[in-house]
Design a protein around this ligand. Structure first.
Ligand code: GLA
Length: 732
């Protein structure tokens, strides 16, 4: 077991990291160590105690004025304890003030991993992880706090979640419950985070933390395009290859809140959890509230290693689809090919070309249901528009299957258009404040996913369409942010529960869908990558990364996404040029190489491709099929950063045993009389001898040491946005 306990010191050991906490003699659960693997010494000796002015003392400290929660490192700081820093819990135990104080009560451990009712969580067999559950109790009231720790020795991941339990006979009101806190005894750290916008998601930014609070949040009801619930704290000198860094990923698809505070004594605190703006939760006697899970990882070997912890951990113990170990289908999606303007014949024409190119699947996007010839109407009316298709869905799917292709379908189940039969019959199903005008987004309203009747309707429609034809994939979209939301069934004083209940409703439908159709491949989507979070990965092993399909802008988006998410979850397509989002023209080859950075597909009218493009596409499809093991399961390295290197972006996949590697390079600038450009491989065997191919042409034999230390010269680009692929394999 990876959990060692002695004298109320709890040490969690993973392969390369150690996490430690201690219930001290007052009963406060202190955080004593997280970092590079070390022994089980009680590291509380490193905590300095002093009588600090204006840092109050809990009563239990008696005459000891050197004991203050205002500076002590803690596992789960709470409001009302004399700790003025950012905290995890605001709970009104009945007096109208947020005043609670949690003391150690007991603990238990067990092999395997805890699960969280109604919420996504990493899973494990009894051999893969261990659980520690520490029970704290308020010093006066029967209010308990269960702190859950999942220890993944092999992945260097420690998950955390908290459960608040009300064993009193009166209501407890919560107004903030975050998932976890990480206290560190020093300042001078960088925060790496991923901001963005629609069509420009997860732009990496690295900033220095200052004395005060830095915060990131989404109040949009979804994890959002604007900020991502994954952050990294890194030492100043940490690079891709060296240095200490800590990751924190929230497994939650609703709004979130992250704060990083550097305090008066130069200590750093990170807290992460669900969005607490407008949040309240009424916890009745006997009830519990479960927070989303946060997954922490530590690397002393730089950012690449930190990413590998998440890539491997999420691939192995979060993604649970029957597709996780299979090659993902290469699909063609008709959205950018036809938008709403299609019929059955047009789709079959694309399918025929797809079959000839040996693609695996046709995905029918928006517009196949209700009255939906533009984005003003029809959402909610999930009945097939047979007139538009010219046949039933089953007939269409059977024909597509007959060509040797799988079939996938787009849905946006959480939405309702005002111009829909559903709205005409059930206006109260939209989350609109009574008597007020709603805020619209893409002309649509959001369904009240907290209501059982709404969930029943959504499930009935989904299941009935699923049962009507051989649908093997669903793209689950969500095309607006939640705003001015109200639920007709929740009493006034409980409207603050709406957004979290919405997410729980969404998870309920997704769970039931997957239980019913275990072989279904679900692709997440929210106007591209507006809900790209680890919570969604539990249901959807791949997520449409961005509505921006331009190969050059995608370099940034995919670069940012790669820090916290496995590349097999990054859905990426080749589309036409000039690109529909920004008008840029890039070579077809480059678009293919860029899309192969993730889960590969096409999003254009295949029937309009030139012969040369078809030839190129055949080549790309062949490469992806041939190399998918590397792309899906290899170690991913960011060789250059598109934010720093203006000339080209390079990335690499290396097989875990170092037998082969693939390097993708896309040039982003051209120069007259250009300087030589080179890159160094990573993850090879130094003593191995590797045969190299540049764009399929043999390009010499080199040792792994040479490729990793000397590097290789890149070909000189000959046109705008040129690209190349370099492949190396151990000599036989
Ligand atoms: C969103 C998605 C697109 C497409 C459209 C359809 O914007 O991100 O890929 O499915 O909706 O309306």
């Amino acid at each position: 077991m990876a959990i060692r306990i002695k004298d109320n010191v709890f040490t969690l050991q993973t392969k390369n990291s150690t996490y430690q906490m201690k219930a001290d003699d007052k009963g406060i659960l202190l955080h004593t160590y997280y970092g590079k693997k070390t022994d089980e010494t009680d590291y509380s000796y490193m905590i300095s105690m002093a009588d600090r002015g204006f840092s109050g003392n809990i009563y239990e400290a008696r005459e000891d004025r050197t004991y203050s929660l205002d500076f002590l490192p803690q596992e789960f700081p709470v409001c009302g304890s004399g700790d003025y820093r950012v905290d995890c819990l605001h709970a009104d135990l009945g007096e109208g003030v947020n005043d609670c104080l949690m003391f150690f009560d007991s603990y238990r451990t067990y092999p395997g991993k805890y699960s969280l009712e109604g919420l996504p969580a990493m899973f494990a067999s009894q051999e893969e992880a261990d659980t520690l559950e520490i029970l704290l109790k308020d010093n006066q009231e029967e209010v308990y706090l269960h702190l859950l720790y999942g220890v993944y020795e092999n992945y260097d991941i420690i998950t955390r979640a908290a459960v608040i339990e009300n064993r009193t006979d009166r209501e407890v009101r919560l107004s903030r419950v975050l998932s976890a806190c990480l206290d560190m005894d020093h300042d001078g750290m960088d925060l790496i985070h991923f901001y963005g916008r629609h069509a420009g998601e997860r732009e990496m930014e690295r900033i220095s933390l200052f004395h005060g609070i830095t915060e990131l949040r989404s109040t949009r009801g979804t994890s959002s395009h604007q900020h991502n619930p994954f952050v990294i704290l890194a030492d100043k000198n940490t690079t891709e290859e060296e240095g200490n860094c800590y990751g924190c990923s929230l497994l939650y698809s609703g709004g979130f809140h992250m704060q990083a505070e550097v305090d008066q004594f130069h200590q750093t605190r990170l807290v992460m959890g669900m969005d607490d703006s407008d949040f309240t939760w009424s916890l009745l006697p006997g009830e519990s509230f479960v927070t989303p899970e946060a997954a922490f990882a530590f690397s002393s070997q730089g950012l690449a290693r930190l990413s590998h912890c998440y890539h491997d951990g999420f691939q192995g113990s979060l993604i649970r689809s029957s597709w996780k170990n299979k090659r993902r289908p290469i699909l063609v999606n008709n959205w950018e090919a036809t938008y709403f303007d299609f019929n059955g014949d047009k789709l079959l024409k694309i399918a025929k070309e797809a079959a000839e190119l040996e693609l695996d699947m046709l995905v029918l996007d928006d517009g196949w249901f209700g009255k939906r010839d533009n984005d003003d109407s029809g959402l909610g009316d999930w009945f097939v528009n047979e007139k538009k298709l010219g046949c039933s869905l089953k007939e269409l799917v059977d024909q597509v299957n007959g060509m040797g292709l799988m079939f996938g379908l787009w849905f946006e189940p959480e939405m309702i258009s005002e111009d829909s039969d559903l709205y005409r019959n059930h206006p109260e199903w939209a989350m609109v404040v009574p008597g007020r005008k709603p805020i619209k987004g893409r002309a649509q309203l959001v369904l009240d996913m907290t209501r059982k009747d709404v969930l029943d309707y959504v499930k009935e429609r989904l299941f009935s369409i699923m049962d009507s034809a051989n649908i093997q994939y669903i793209k689950w979209d969500m095309n607006r942010s939640v705003a001015a939301a109200y639920s007709a069934l929740l009493p006034r004083e409980r409207q603050g529960e709406l957004r979290h209940r919405y997410v729980l409703g969404l998870y309920e439908v997704l769970e039931e869908l997957l239980q019913r159709y275990p072989d279904l491949l679900l692709e997440g989507c929210s106007g591209g990558g507006g809900r790209f979070d680890a919570g969604m990965l539990y249901y959807a092993p791949q997520i449409w990364c961005s509505d921006n399909t331009d190969a050059i802008e995608r370099l940034n988006i995919q670069y940012g996404t790669s820090f916290g998410y496995p590349m097999s979850s990054v859905s990426a397509h080749v589309s036409v040029c000039p690109n529909h989002q920004n008008g840029r023209v890039t070579p077809f080859k480059t678009r293919g190489i860029c899309a192969m950075q993730g889960t590969f597909g096409y999003e254009l009218d295949l029937s309009r491709m030139t012969e040369a493009e078809k030839e190129e596409a055949r080549e790309q499809i062949h490469t992806f099929k041939e190399r998918y093991r590397l792309f899906q399961f290899g170690d991913y390295y960011r060789i250059t950063s598109p934010l720093e290197n203006r000339d080209f972006t390079a990335w690499e996949y290396a097989d875990k045993d170092g037998t082969e590697a693939y390097l993708g390079v896309i040039y982003t600038d051209l120069h007259g009389n250009p300087a030589a450009q080179s890159v160094k491989f990573r993850g090879l065997l130094p003593e191995g001898r590797y045969q190299m191919w540049k764009d399929k042409e043999p390009a010499g034999i080199y040792t792994g040491a040479a490729l990793m230390n000397g590097g290789i010269l890149l070909p000189v680009p000959v046109e705008n946005y040129d690209s190349c692929q370099i492949y190396v394999r151990l000599e036989e």
